[in-house]
Write a protein that binds this ligand. Structure first.
Ligand SMILES: [Zn+2]
Ligand SMILES: [Zn+2]
Length: 149
């Protein structure tokens, strides 16, 4: 797949990357839309020492399910939805209480921000399929998302 990669300060490139192999609890998403926001512009200006250099950007993403891991339930291949900005675990006390933005796994105490796709984890600016550990959100009208962000 082709992916927008943060290669150095103020520079991104479209690079060819292998299609990700999903884990049993992951979804492979075919991206149909990915937004660009001020956070992306801030990220690509973090300097040449940024730990995000080399990563695939894109945290405002929507798409359709391309593949399902064996342990994923409640989704079918071809279903569409936007991706949650927060990579929550869905199992901890905070997640079970509906406060996934405070997930004890994805957002440990002392962290600057919760983990998100495109910010420390592979993001959704590919032209093919985005990896893996994402949480899709069901749309209200069931319409496939044409854009995100
Ligand atoms: Zn954003
Ligand atoms: Zn959690």
């Amino acid at each position: 797949m082709r992916a927008v990669t943060y290669v150095r300060n103020e520079t991104v490139e479209v690079q060819e990357k292998p299609k990700p192999e999903i884990q049993p609890d992951e979804i492979l998403l075919k991206v149909t839309g990915a937004g660009v926001c001020h956070s992306d512009l801030a990220i690509i200006n973090l300097g040449d020492d940024s730990p995000l250099i080399g990563s695939t950007l894109g945290h405002e993403v929507a798409g359709t399910v391309a593949e399902l891991g064996d342990q994923v339930s409640g989704w079918q291949v071809g279903e569409a939805g936007p991706v949650s900005l927060i990579l929550s675990c869905g199992q901890c006390r905070e997640c079970l209480a509906g406060r996934d933005n405070n997930c004890e796994v994805a957002y440990p105490r002392g962290a600057l921000a919760p983990r998100s796709p495109g910010i420390g984890s592979p993001g959704g600016w590919p032209t093919g399929c985005a990896p893996g550990r994402v949480r899709l959100v069901r749309g209200r009208d069931g319409a496939p998302p044409a854009s995100a962000g």
